[in-house]
Design a protein around this ligand. Structure first.
Ligand code: PXG
Length: 290
């Protein structure tokens, strides 16, 4: 495996960054998770745009333009001769001093890893996930914008631990006001009476790339889709529920806090969206090898 760090490729064993890197010392940085299917990168532009928006929001100068970043992603996949997999793109504040001061970090560190990812076992895509509500709340906009895909995932990690300790596959995160925000690494959707709903990004949800694909698929199929403020009531009383994310793709959620959602089995609209999503990932994207 070859890993891109600051313009050079290193073998996995030698792919190392400084212990003074502020990405490590302070979680000071941003990242993206991107998928590629059959030699094509899915929604690459959207991920690169979000990365640069995340960096902008934390005053982080990436040190290379979007075109060069796009090339770095494609080149990293090519050098590893992969057709299907996952890219982790990380930009940190860079090598600096002890002490928070980001001004003492002369330039950002850029890392591109191309590998594989499996988030949930295959059977969960057929049978659906169990979700529990976490007591850990989503970070408020007034602390760090939850729109920023930052290296500070402790909030989500703690929620994930809660979900695991409860024996559930995923954890539902509420915002400070108690409205539904998202899951620990996925956006959440419900279906009720033929209408799809998902919390607005103002409720603390990440503006997911996969989430945006669901909006496109709904428009294409003529299915109404809304972004109301949601509470757990809306999930308990939904006909169907599913989660979306680059790593997760689209996965049915069939229970919340041990209560069955709808029939307690993956719903027909969820299945339809999963099938359409597979068609899109198999046919769209930035070509890696031509
Ligand atoms: N919310 C959060 C908090 C996320 O981290 C999503 C929603 C879904 O967004 P996308 O753009 O991927 O549809 C994410 C993304 C991992 C991993 O390593 C997590 C994500 C993506 C890729 C890998 O667990 N989460």
């Amino acid at each position: 495996m070859k890993i891109f760090i600051d313009g050079e490729f290193y073998d996995k064993a030698n792919a190392k960054i400084s212990v003074f890197d502020h990405g490590l010392l302070y979680g000071d940085g941003v990242f993206e998770g991107i998928r590629f299917y059959g030699g094509r990168v899915f929604r690459l532009k959207e991920h690169i745009d979000r990365l640069y928006d995340s960096a902008r929001a934390i005053c982080l100068d990436v040190g290379m333009d979007k075109e060069a970043m796009t090339k770095a992603v494609l080149e990293t996949i090519r050098i590893n001769q992969l057709q299907d997999g996952y890219v982790r793109l990380v930009v940190t504040r860079g090598d600096g001093d002890l002490g928070l001061n980001p001004m003492l970090c002369p330039r950002a560190t850029v890392i591109v890893i191309a590998s594989k990812i499996t988030l949930y076992p295959q059977e969960k895509y057929e049978k659906g996930l169990d979700v529990v509500t976490c007591s850990t709340r989503r970070i408020p906009h007034g602390a760090l914008s939850p729109m920023v895909k930052s290296l500070n995932y402790l909030n989500n990690v703690l929620a994930k631990i809660e979900a695991q300790q409860a024996g559930a596959g995923e954890g539902l995160m509420l915002n400070e006001q108690g409205y539904v925000s998202e899951c620990t690494g996925d956006n959440i959707f419900v279906v009720k009476n033929g209408v799809i709903s998902t919390p607005p990004v103002s409720s603390g949800a990440l503006a997911g790339v996969t989430r945006a694909v669901v909006f496109e698929m709904a428009a294409e199929a003529g299915i109404p889709i809304h972004e109301p403020l949601m509470t757990r009531y809306d999930i308990y009383t939904a006909d169907e529920c599913f989660l979306t994310g680059t790593a997760a793709e689209i996965i049915p959620a069939v229970r919340l806090d041990t209560r069955p959602i709808g029939s307690g089995e993956p719903g027909p609209l969820t299945r339809r969206l999963i099938a359409r999503f597979r068609e899109l990932t198999a046919s769209e994207g930035e070509s890696i090898y031509t």
